[in-house]
Design a protein around this ligand. Structure first.
Ligand SMILES: NC(=O)c1ccc[n+]([C@@H]2O[C@H](COP(=O)([O-])OP(=O)(O)OC[C@H]3O[C@@H](n4cnc5c(N)ncnc54)[C@H](O)[C@@H]3O)[C@@H](O)[C@H]2O)c1
Length: 330
């Protein structure tokens, strides 16, 4: 397959790039490096076998040049993952969020249409698209109810892709992702609680739990998520629409903290702060539709994924000078 991946230097995007290259596909990566880390693409750039099958463009998804880049790549599939992903920053600056997440997505739709691309696989937000659902785990037939500018903008992307399907016969698949975690998630960001807690514990900084720790999320491992992207790309063209990608399991923030602390051999308690605007109390996604139409189901259990993430964090996070002592004392 010839593919184009927006957000290629990001946490999920770079993991997808590695998977596509490992399977022999061609990849053109697009990123403006606003949060993406060039080092995430070191393996993609350096491995000899991939030479000629991978190129990287530094460009904003809102830029007019995107049209020529997509046309030049002539992809069978466009994976659209570039986004402003900070929900809380979307509350303080909704216009910035909308420019990247709505106008950027429209530009990707237009560039794809002009290049004759049928299949666009979009990273939608399954965790935020339903608002406060009447039942959990929530399936795709539940009414949408976005409660933050980020959630509205990500959902707008789904609606634009749906309109492009109607108007131009495009075949978009929107993967409504739960809380994705795993190696390469930024430990300095606000979104990835597993990377944030793990990094805090490794560096001896206090970890903050917002609220009393009883809020729940559906944590899905990044390797399982990129598997869903590949399956979506390869699905028959009649398969279109939104597909939840999660585990269906709710885990409290307090339990996640304890699992990470145990994986690191730590026993320190987190501090608590008040719940932040735009945050949900509970979410979990029913993935029966993905299982039926994409043949997808999650394979990595949370404890296993946490161990893999913690192993990776140890290689990128600097422990404090007294770290060994701190471990022995605990
Ligand atoms: N991580 C999650 O739990 C999660 C959950 C639901 C949906 N998603 C979606 O998955 C996608 C990837 O998220 P991630 O967690 O890998 O985040 P990330 O920040 O690691 O990746 C986003 C990438 O997009 C790039 N980017 C941002 N704005 C851009 C622009 N205007 N032009 C070009 N590139 C731009 C960034 O530099 C970065 O490399 C996003 O669309 C996000 O909304 C993520």
């Amino acid at each position: 397959m010839r593919t184009l991946v927006t957000g290629a230097a990001g946490f999920i995007g770079s993991t997808l790039v590695d998977r596509l290259l490992a399977e022999g596909h061609q990849v053109v990566g697009v990123d403006n490096f606003s949060t993406g880390n060039p080092a995430n693409l070191d393996a993609a750039k350096s491995r000899g076998a991939y030479r000629g099958r991978f190129s990287l463009m530094k460009v904003d998804v809102q830029a007019p040049e995107l049209t020529d880049i997509v046309a030049g790549a002539n992809p069978d599939v466009v994976f659209h993952l570039a986004a402003h992903v900070d929900l809380r920053a979307s509350v303080s600056n909704p216009e910035f969020d909308a420019r990247t997440n709505i106008l950027g997505t429209i530009n990707v739709c237009e560039a794809s249409r002009r290049a004759g691309v049928k299949r666009v696989v979009y990273a939608a937000s399954g965790g935020s698209r339903y608002g406060v659902p009447a039942r959990l785990p929530v399936d795709e037939s539940c009414p949408v109810g976005p409660l933050s500018p980020y959630a509205v903008a990500k959902l707008a992307g789904e609606f634009y892709l749906g309109a492009y399907a109607e108007m131009y016969g495009m075949a978009p698949i929107c993967l409504g992702l739960a809380n994705v975690y795993g190696p390469r998630q930024s430990p300095t960001g606000e979104a990835g609680v597993i990377a944030v807690f793990g990094s805090a514990l490794l560096t001896g900084r206090p970890a903050t739990v917002y609220g009393d720790g009883t809020s729940t999320r559906d944590y899905v491992y990044v390797g399982d998520v990129v598997d869903a992207f590949v399956r979506a790309a390869e699905a028959p063209v009649a398969v279109v629409g939104t597909y939840n990608i999660g585990t269906g399991i709710q885990t409290t923030v307090a339990d996640v903290y304890r699992m990470i602390a145990r994986a690191l051999g730590e026993s320190s308690e987190p501090r608590h702060a008040t719940v932040r605007t735009g945050e949900l109390q509970a979410i979990a996604l029913d993935t029966s539709r993905s299982e039926r139409d994409l043949g997808w189901r999650p394979a990595v259990k949370l404890y296993e994924g946490i161990h893999r993430t913690v192993s990776w964090l140890r290689t990128v996070v600097e422990p404090p000078s007294n770290y060994e002592g701190a471990c022995r004392a605990s």
